[in-house]
Design a protein around this ligand. Structure first.
Ligand SMILES: Cc1cc2nc3c(=O)[nH]c(=O)nc-3n(C[C@H](O)[C@H](O)[C@H](O)COP(=O)(O)O)c2cc1C
Length: 373
């Protein structure tokens, strides 16, 4: 089986990726999504599963988190399937969960093109998409038409023309709309491509926003009882002081988890000609920065609420580093573009090998291990 997985990875990297990388990054992304969406009614998820069969021994990576049972910890990060077109195909490639969005209440086109750049030499991307998406109604229509075959979270953002003072109303509207449909929701206040959005991470703004949202969640729960896990996604570009303030607020609300991190504005030691493009940097150069933030969060929060580690996960080693730093779950985006759809299986296989090497019988034994020595 290992030989088969290595072969499918090689086919992607030496044959398919060069063809895809000849095209504009955003155009080929849209084309692939549309093609996979059209193929879904003809059984493409079943084909994906046949091509990428699950790794044996997966029960050792099964994890329960905020009341949900994740078949494995490797998920798809927000932004890849913004409009919920291919979540079932992504689950069939072996990903343990998918996060759709970011969606905003109303559809919007985002920033001017070109707005996504490949940094080949750095195994990275820079994007300044700016929450281009079809809006909450289109996303919900798709999710209702095609029942999800696994855990599908929804990432929520505000429209660009909604001021920060009115942002809570956008998030409230979205939370109400997706209440029955999402497996979990994420309050995204960390994209660098919506002007001033990150200011909502400040102590007073965040307190006000979460207060409003948890009051809404309470009312919704009374009308339509369910426990919808509400998570927060944060930026990697927070000073120690800003992170400390943010954690003060996190302690005050029943957040189900924190996602660390979104893309960075840092530009350290990049080699690619696109390095100075405006936007958020993702992929390998983000790996250490996001893992450091994750580690600080774990130390401060002492494991509660659980953390989702995202930023530069490209293989088992980078995934295991985040688990040991304190992540219960992981997400990938840029890694998938560079490594191909076999990435979930590869990470799971390599994680199992790391658990064996360190004498852990289950993934949960390794979470936060760095902090115990
Ligand atoms: C093209 C692109 C679009 C993205 N769009 C979103 C988004 O809409 N919402 C969001 O929360 N994060 C978005 N992200 C950030 C990812 O979810 C993730 O946090 C970040 O890319 C780091 O992970 P990676 O290094 O595995 O890509 C986007 C990333 C990329 C590369």
């Amino acid at each position: 089986m290992n030989g088969y997985h290595a072969l499918t990875d090689k086919v992607y990297q030496s044959l398919i990726r060069p063809l895809l990388f000849r095209q504009d990054p955003e155009e080929i992304h849209e084309l692939t999504l549309n093609w996979l969406e059209k193929a879904e009614p003809f059984g493409s998820p079943r084909l994906c599963k046949l091509l990428y069969p699950p790794v044996p021994d997966l029960h050792r990576l099964k994890i329960e988190c905020f009341g949900l049972e994740f078949p494995n910890p490797v998920g798809i990060a927000a932004g890849l399937d913004k409009n919920a077109k291919i979540y079932n195909s992504l689950l069939s490639f072996g990903f343990g969960f998918v996060e759709c969005g970011t969606i905003t209440p109303r559809s919007q086109t985002g920033n001017e093109r070109p707005r996504v750049f490949r940094l080949l030499e750095d195994e990275a991307l820079i994007n300044r998409l700016g929450f281009n998406n079809q809006g909450q109604d289109a996303l919900l229509q798709r999710l209702h038409q095609r029942p999800k075959r696994g855990i599908v979270g929804i990432n929520l953002g505000k429209n660009r023309d909604t001021s920060n003072e009115k942002a809570a109303e956008d998030y409230q509207r979205l939370l109400t709309a997706v209440w029955h449909t999402a497996s979990y929701v994420v309050i995204n206040i960390s994209s660098p491509n919506t002007p001033n959005l990150r200011e909502l991470q400040g102590k007073t703004s965040l307190q006000r926003l979460l207060d409003y949202l948890f009051q809404t969640a309470h009312k919704l729960h009374l009308q339509h009882p369910r426990q919808l896990p509400i998570l927060l996604k944060i930026a990697p570009d927070l000073s120690d002081e800003a992170l400390h303030d943010l954690l003060d607020v996190v302690h005050q609300f029943p957040l189900a988890g924190v996602i660390a991190t979104n893309t960075t504005l840092e530009r350290n030691q990049l080699r690619s000609s696109h390095a100075q493009q405006t936007g958020g940097l993702s992929g390998r150069p983000l790996q250490n920065l996001s893992t450091q933030i994750l580690s600080k969060l774990y130390r401060e929060l002492q494991g509660e609420p659980p953390l989702i580690g995202v930023g530069g996960v490209t293989d088992g080693k980078s995934a295991y580093d985040k688990i040991k730093a304190g992540a219960t779950l992981l997400q990938v985006y840029t890694g998938l573009i560079y490594q191909g759809p076999g990435l979930a299986n590869r990470i799971c296989r390599e994680l199992l090998a790391y658990l064996d090497k360190d004498g852990y019988s289950h993934l949960s034994d390794a979470i936060g291990a760095d902090h115990r020595f």
